[in-house]
Design a protein around this ligand. Structure first.
Ligand code: 3H9
Length: 691
């Protein structure tokens, strides 16, 4: 065995040289690995006893892509593209042996090899689009030559990996390895040599693309992926690069791909998206908790409340194969709740998201009950009852007498004080908040709320469980509304003021959707229902929202709210609401004025950032990046803007501070700058340290 460098070794197995790569954790193509591969291929090529070369990786995966940490720094050692030239022009057949995830540059390098073999569990993909990039080392040129434009467009725009079997059918993989990958790859290599099979160079193949209708493929990609990619600079660029595979000779297509890649890499969007990649992984780590902190076993779950939230939460566990007992007070409510769950699963099956048999499998794990005593043996119990402190306290006091010792008791409250709730039990160390977002079976965010007395292993269990059910869990502390809703309240306050001062709800909403959010505050209110927390008896009709409820405009569900809705739930501005708002302004003595889009945006977003600064200062969030992860996964903040705190850093905290001070002078204490905002500007720092 020859040690090529720290990341590569070479050993001969008969007439086949095996180049083994090792760059943990994911064999990213850092300089050391690129150098190892170049030197390894050259050494094997020069060895007279070698007839073929197998490239294989140690550890959990084949190469997972370029090294994201090297982006933006000058390239040292051979570039990935140079490496691909070395591999493709090697006079001996080079075979990539894939396991784990062959992603991005990893797959691109494999496509520059002459043949590919993979274990059935391997997954292959080009996820660059998720980082605001396009594949930059031939992926946009080789993949379409291999599988056609349509398939390549789909793979690149979803960024989702395909399984080895699919890759085999598509022709990306030549052979599936039945047994040991290395042995199978060496056998495959000697077959290739013995049969004298030609060295396949994808770069020289144009045949497959010759008959393609490029325009039709582009139009189809626009129709399929355009909406999801709205606002992303990378969309048009990727379309151009991929279409070039059919329009230009390989070398020219490569040159243009390289230019586009470099342009996107230097741009603000990719910077934000790469930041989010790191922020998401950072959120999973709790600084004061060792990685090996013990966790409690959670194999059964109980849920109190079969309403929209309770049902949605239950579905997460059922889908992950964890049995759930769901408890309601009244039989009708229980029946309605479980019925909705089944309907939701059936709708997913219809859309092809799950297999038809999964509906019964998931629902088979559900035990509906009218008796809280049925939760006695559950490992985790989540309360998703009415959002009122007295109700929650009553439930937790009763639970304390029912749940087994060591069970984790969680509340799904979106605002209330977890410590107050925990205090009603004799085991506050077992209590925490698990704040799911609606619809709970869809939204990725889970705020894990650590109470003053919550035990470390309870927190560790919740963070792990979040991951197990496919959520992005973010640890937060106790305060009114935690991270997400507390910041949302600051935005809502300004939105409500803006419509009385001169803007209309649809203008406010449009500014936010133009910014990249999926909806604005008034669209969101109409969707959630304006009567949430509204009570006809106690309603004073003091706010527009209360007035709307009194007029039975309770949002989308009642066919009218801030907007009018047609029978397909398409919204249009309401003349009636406009009149109502104007009358309200007049009654309140507010002289309406023209408000610019710029002011609307600043008024909505800067107070959120300011609230984020307070949250950070109080330690309710552990890091600025956690706040950003909350907003991206729970509220649809556009990932290409990196989250509110990253956005603040992009425009400069000093700009936010200056505007807040101006607004404070004009409009008062709602705009008082947070001490942390003032401090970081004075110290010349920023929130995330990532800009
Ligand atoms: C590209 O290839 C561009 C080319 O087209 C052109 C170039 C010219 N680099 O996710 P995990 C770290 S763009 C550096 O928790 P998992 C990650 O930060 C790239 N580091 O594990 C974490 O570190 P830490 C295209 C990376 O098992 C640790 O590895 N490729 C990279 O849940 C474990 O990661 C991608 O976008 C990287 N490329 O998932 C693939 N990848 O422990 C991105 C990971 O310090 N990666 N790390 O926090 C993934 O999707 C997942 O990491 C993977 C493993 C599925 C591989």
């Amino acid at each position: 065995m020859i040690l090529i460098n720290d990341a590569a070794t070479l050993d001969n197995d008969g007439a086949t040289a095996v180049l083994t790569l090792h760059n943990p954790p994911v064999n990213a193509l850092s300089r050391v690995l690129r150098e190892g591969i170049a030197a390894g291929i050259e050494a094997a090529a020069a060895d007279g006893a070698v007839e073929a070369i197998v490239m294989i990786c140690e550890g959990r995966t084949f190469i997972a892509g370029a090294d994201i940490k090297e982006f933006g720094k000058p390239i040292e050692g051979p570039s990935l593209r140079e490496l691909e030239d070395i591999v493709e022009s090697c006079p001996k057949p080079v075979i990539a042996a894939l396991h784990g995830t062959a992603l991005g540059g990893g797959l691109e390098l494999a496509l520059a090899c002459h043949y590919r073999i993979a274990v059935p569990s391997a997954r292959l993909g080009l996820p660059e689009i998720k980082l605001g990039l396009i594949p930059g080392a031939g992926g946009t040129q080789r993949l379409p030559r291999m599988i056609g434009l349509k398939r390549a467009l789909d793979m690149i725009f979803t960024g989702a990996p395909v399984g080895a079997a699919t890759a085999h059918t598509l022709g990306i993989i030549d052979e599936l390895a039945a047994g040991d990958l290395r042995a199978e790859a060496v056998r495959f290599a000697s077959d290739i040599v013995r049969e004298g099979r030609p060295q396949r160079k994808i770069s020289e193949e144009d045949g497959r693309l010759a008959g393609e209708d490029v325009e039709a493929a582009i139009e189809e990609a626009r129709a399929t992926h355009g909406r999801k990619m709205k606002g992303f600079d990378s969309f048009e660029k990727a379309l151009e690069a991929i279409a070039n595979a059919a329009r230009l000779p390989f070398a020219e297509g490569m040159a243009r791909e390289g230019e586009i890649f470099a342009e996107l890499l230097a741009g603000a969007q990719s910077k934000a998206q790469r930041y989010v990649f790191g922020a998401t992984r950072a959120a999973a780590k709790v600084p004061d908790m060792a990685a090996d902190t013990p966790t409690r076993s959670v194999t059964t779950v109980g849920i109190i409340g079969a309403g929209t939230m309770g049902g949605g939460i239950a579905m997460n566990f059922l889908s992950a194969g964890i049995p759930v007992t769901i408890v309601e007070a009244k039989p009708e409510a229980l029946e309605r709740g479980t019925g909705i769950m089944r309907t939701n699963y059936e709708a997913s099956a219809k859309r092809g998201r799950i297999r038809p048999e999964d509906v019964d499998r998931a629902m088979g794990l559900l035990s509906p009950s009218l008796d809280m005593a049925d939760l006695a043996d559950r490992d985790l119990i989540i309360e998703a009852a009415f959002e009122e402190m007295a109700v929650k306290k009553d439930i937790f006091a009763r639970l304390d007498g029912i749940a087994k010792a060591g069970a984790i008791l969680a509340s799904n409250t979106s605002y209330l004080d977890i410590d107050d709730i925990a205090a009603t039990t004799k085991r506050p160390e077992d209590v925490l908040g698990l704040h799911f977002f609606s619809p709970a079976n869809v939204m990725k965010l889970l705020e894990v709320v650590r109470g003053e007395k919550t035990a470390t292993d309870v927190v560790a269990t919740a963070m792990k469980l979040g991951r197990d059910i496919g959520k992005t869990a973010v640890l937060v502390g106790v305060c009114h509304g935690f991270v997400g809703n507390r910041m949302l309240s600051a935005r809502q306050r300004e939105a409500n003021k803006l419509i009385l001062e001169g803007a209309m709800p649809w203008e406010v909403d449009r500014v936010l959707t133009d910014f990249g959010l999926p909806m604005g505050p008034f669209q969101m209110a109409d969707l959630a229902g304006l009567d949430l927390g509204w009570n006809r008896e106690t309603s004073k009709g003091e706010t527009i929202r209360e007035q709307l409820c009194e007029a039975d405009r309770r949002g989308q569900k009642s066919g009218a709210g801030f907007y009018d809705y047609d029978d397909k739930r398409k919204a249009s501005p309401s003349k009636l609401v406009e009149k109502m708002i104007r009358a309200r302004s007049k009654a309140d003595g507010i002289k309406r004025r023209q408000i610019s889009d710029e002011e609307i945006l600043e008024r909505l977003i800067y107070p959120m950032i300011n609230e984020g600064a307070k949250i950070l200062d109080e330690g309710v969030a552990l890091r600025a990046s956690d706040i950003d992860v909350v907003w991206i996964n729970g509220y649809g903040w556009p990932v290409y803007r990196g989250g509110p705190m990253f956005f603040a850093d992009t425009i400069g905290p000093a700009v936010v501070l200056t505007t807040m001070r101006e607004l404070e002078e004009r409009m008062g204490a709602d705009f008082k700058p947070a001490p942390l905002l003032v401090r970081i500007v004075e110290e010349g720092r920023n929130f995330t340290g990532a800009v």
